[in-house]
Design a protein around this ligand. Structure first.
Ligand code: ATP
Ligand code: MG
Length: 596
């Protein structure tokens, strides 16, 4: 186990930890804690799965136990090995290790079959000839009891014979099922003689064509946990009503009985976490793939520049409860900023370049100025950035007729170039056709190298820049929410109506400081005043460097956290004193420069 939380966000105490602790104290499960993460390989993992992963691996780690990775691959129609590979990669990337405990429910098909035979022998399961539709009809409703299948009274011998012939492929798909014989009048619908096996001639990604009957999830899941000796089987709330059935199965079989505990699934604002809907986004081309940087999948978040630590911290910050609620996407972004702020290399990047000519700077001269790599981390050191007569600055850092509170460049105004000199605007040129400013003419004060004037003269604005000739061209993608409403999932299948048509803005012709020619994937960068970015390896291959913005610097959540922290609220658990918080606020403002 190597997934240590970065300082600051420890998992909060929760009801599951209390239960496990109790079990440890009273000797239930002989002091063992053995959890599992059981994905169905029918899609890529998303941030909701991260919550389940961090919880299951985290609990085991805390109590000295272990965790299995198990693929619940009981439905061959929807499952593919592509998904298996991506899931393995993503859990590993998050920082978790299952040792040699990688399992597949399909490994247990034979055992499950034998156990089904045992239930038949004990008169607890029967072969039913009702069609799927009839089974539904007979099932009854929440207010009305169900009706017993006319095949419920079949003899053990007949059931054994028919079940063997189901396996042997003597019947057509859907012609018969094996059902548990429990109680058609049970208040819990899951106990009304649930289907355990259906006939389905489908190729399975691991067992190939060996089987034409497949166990249902309900039949396979609890038994798989039991076979693996799982002690605490943590899952989301929708399985609460299935627990009595899982308990019934293990009791009827007389096998190891894991304790299932349900928790509320993660629901994130402006985000869809249904695999079916995510698949639809991919299939219909609304996004470029499962790893599109706008997707809430782990592969999408990774490509977007999220670090494993930021995701683990997020999962610990939001906590675990039984109450369904929605978590603000801003909390996830907050965790990314907290982590990236510590580690990201600061660089100058001009996203919408405007040429600046410094009239009194010699032509052809290039100076190397010293810039700090990360003010949060002195060990990160400094680098040299070239300065020359022609620069690029951000278009938004110049205004012909600036309003009062605009502290950047305008005719006659002076600003500080970060790590450079003071420059004053003496003139500008416009495109005669459009009136757009195309060049700003300035003078610089050679006495202000490093950003201080010897005469104590102050400037209010500090802007970033790059040397025109030496800068590196790049494409930069800025992202916004994929959906325009906080709860796109609430509108059922109409969620596509809420897709944000402006969820990505692609800026071409950006200019980065010279050293970025050697930018590497997997390294977080802070483009000064613009946010955190990462190189998109795939889209940079063989072409112009392409960067994705992970998050902007604007941090509305930090303010809320700070406020709650001051009031002693929970999310403020960053361990910062009031003064440290004030310093941080000041730093956040500085990072944004005089950006308004
Ligand atoms: P499906 O509808 O295909 O079952 P699923 O998201 O439940 O989708 P699984 O592969 O069954 O996918 O999920 C694996 C595990 O992750 C399960 O234990 C499930 O409870 C958990 N999980 C899934 N979604 C969330 C979520 N939003 N929050 C927390 N845990 C989740
Ligand atoms: Mg599921």
């Amino acid at each position: 186990m190597n997934a240590k939380n970065s300082p600051g966000i420890e998992p909060a105490p929760n009801f599951i930890r209390s239960i496990v602790k109790q079990h440890m104290e009273d000797g239930t499960f002989d002091g063992r804690v053995h959890t599992r993460f059981p994905p169905e390989p029918n899609g890529f993992l998303h941030i909701g799965h991260a919550k389940a992963i961090v919880l299951s691996f985290g609990i085991a780690e805390e109590f000295g136990g272990v965790t299995n990775l198990r693929f619940d691959d009981t439905n061959p129609i929807k499952e593919e090995s592509l998904y298996v590979e991506s899931i393995i990669k993503d859990v590993r990337w998050l920082g978790y290790d299952w040792g040699d405990r990688l399992f597949y429910a399909s490994d247990y098909f034979e055992t499950l079959y034998e156990w089904a035979v045992k239930l038949i022998r004990d008169g607890k399961a029967f072969v039913c000839d009702l069609s799927a539709e009839q089974v539904r009809e007979y099932r009854g409703t929440l207010t009305e009891p169900g009706r017993e299948s006319p095949y419920r009274g079949r003899s053990v011998e007949e059931n054994l014979d028919l079940f063997a012939r189901m396996r042997a492929g003597e019947f057509a798909d859907g012609e018969r099922t094996l059902r548990a014989k429990i109680d058609m009048a049970a208040a819990n619908l899951n106990l009304r003689d649930p289907v355990m096996y259906r006939i389905m001639r489908a190729h399975h990604h691991r067992t190939g064509d060996a089987w034409c009957i497949y166990p249902t999830y309900d039949w396979a899941h609890g038994q798989s946990d039991s076979i693996e000796g799982i002690t605490h089987s943590l899952c989301t709330l929708e399985f609460e009503d299935h627990r009595p059935l899982y308990d019934w199965f293990v009791e009827a079989l007389g096998v190891h009985h894991p304790q299932q505990i349900e928790f509320a699934p993660l629901n994130l604002s402006y985000t869809i976490l249904s695999k079916r809907k995510l698949l639809q986004l991919v299939r219909e081309g609304h996004v470029s793939g499962w790893d599109d940087p706008r997707m809430p999948t782990l592969s999408g978040l990774r490509r977007r520049g999220y670090t494993p630590a930021s995701i683990r911290n997020f999962c610990n910050l939001i906590g675990v409860g039984k109450q369904l609620s929605q978590v603000e996407l801003g909390q996830l972004e907050y965790c990314a900023r907290e982590d990236l702020n510590r580690t990201a290399l600061r660089v100058n990047a001009v996203l919408r370049p405007l040429r600046v000519v410094i009239e009194n700077y010699p032509e052809g001269k290039v100076e190397e100025l010293e810039a700090i790599n990360n003010p949060e981390d002195p060990a990160a050191g400094t680098r040299r950035v070239p300065f020359a007569r022609e620069l690029f600055i951000e278009r938004t850092d110049f205004m012909v007729d600036p309003p009062k509170k605009y502290f950047r460049l305008g005719p006659g105004r002076e600003v500080r170039l970060r790590y450079g000199y003071f420059i004053r605007c003496v003139d500008y040129k416009t495109d005669p056709a459009t009136g757009e400013v195309v060049e700003v003419r300035c003078t610089y004060d050679p006495e202000t190298r490093g950003g201080q004037a010897p005469d104590g003269r102050k400037v209010k604005g500090t802007i970033h820049w790059v040397a025109a000739e030496r800068s590196v061209p790049a494409t930069v993608r800025l992202y916004d929410h994929l959906f325009t409403v906080p709860d796109p999932g609430a509108s059922g299948d109409d969620f596509l109506a809420h897709l944000n048509p402006e969820s990505v803005e692609v800026l071409r012709g950006c200019r980065l400081e010279a050293g970025m020619a050697a930018a590497r994937a997997g390294v977080p960068y802070q483009f000064e005043r613009q946010g955190y970015f990462c190189l998109d390896e795939e889209d940079s291959r063989g072409g112009e460097l392409t960067f994705n913005r992970t998050v902007s610097l604007r941090d509305s959540w930090a303010k809320i956290v700070q406020k709650q922290g001051q009031q002693g609220g929970k999310p403020g658990a960053t361990g910062k004193s009031g003064r440290a918080r004030k310093r941080k606020r000041k730093r956040d403002q500085d990072q944004q420069g005089s950006n308004q």
